[in-house]
Design a protein around this ligand. Sequence first.
Ligand code: AKG
Ligand code: FE2
Length: 314
Amino acid sequence: MAAGPRIVDLSPFLADDSNLEIVAAELDQSFHEIGAAYLVGHGVDLNLVDKVFQTTKDFFKLPKEIKKKYAKANARGDFNGYQDIGEESLDNEPGSSFEMKECYDLEVPNPVFPEEAPEFETTSREFWDAMDNLTKIIYKLLKGILKVDEEFLIDSSYFSGDASEHTIFRVLKYPRVPEGYVFEKGTVRCAEHFDWEIITFIIQDSVGGLDMKTPDGQWIQASPVPNSIICLVGEILEVWTKGYYPAVPHRIPLTEDDERRKQDRYSVAYFVAPNDDFVVKPLEGSRFNKTDYSFTPKTYKAMYEDHVAKSRAY
Ligand SMILES: O=C(O)CCC(=O)C(=O)O
Ligand SMILES: [Fe+2]
């Protein structure tokens, strides 16, 4: 059985900076092995996480016509808004899968909140501050390994007050599938994909179903770990490290014989991304000296637009 993501306890580092190297080594191992880690002792207020899930559920309970008022119409120009079941196909091949999910995306620096759900806005903004802090913690742990200044990482990424419209907060509902439902070909909760950004934070509820693919091609279950926040390696971190940290492919399958289909599943995801003009290219760090790795430098805008164009069902 392949190893899943490690559980990395950040609390020794949060309590005392001198523990940086011990905690960083754990994160490094887990990112190298599978491109993901379960963060615990992360300092994010668990009451805030509960509130985020509550306001997420309240939003999805709104009548469909209200949610549709905020439908995402032009994802390339504006990623804000609601997507209904079947409208996004993250495997980059429109039509090859049918994703049974509803989601609402918010461009963190430039969000469009549904006015019918005022608490969704207050809670989300509080949560984004917590995600800013968590990103900075991860960067402090990574900077020595990546052999870059913390400034490089901070400058590469969105933080409150910056411009990157591609740092996205996404809330998701995977509705329960009733008995007798006729599964279309390719029906999944979420199709296989990797994330496009630097890192992603995911919090899943207790239903489970998230799978991750190891570098040797085995699928493993990333079962819910109570009070954890999953941190995924995205495409940019993969490029920076010449693949030493793989952007982990992940998916949420849906089958008739899986009991989990009888439950709604909720999750939230925070994708940390650079600005449009940020040039993505491998770092020169000596740990990442794979000579057969090649990547033609590209702006993040070019990479992002390519992914967005391929993942729309409309
Ligand atoms: O719901 C999840 O756990 C994962 C969602 C995801 O991978 C995504 O939206 O990119
Ligand atoms: Fe993802």
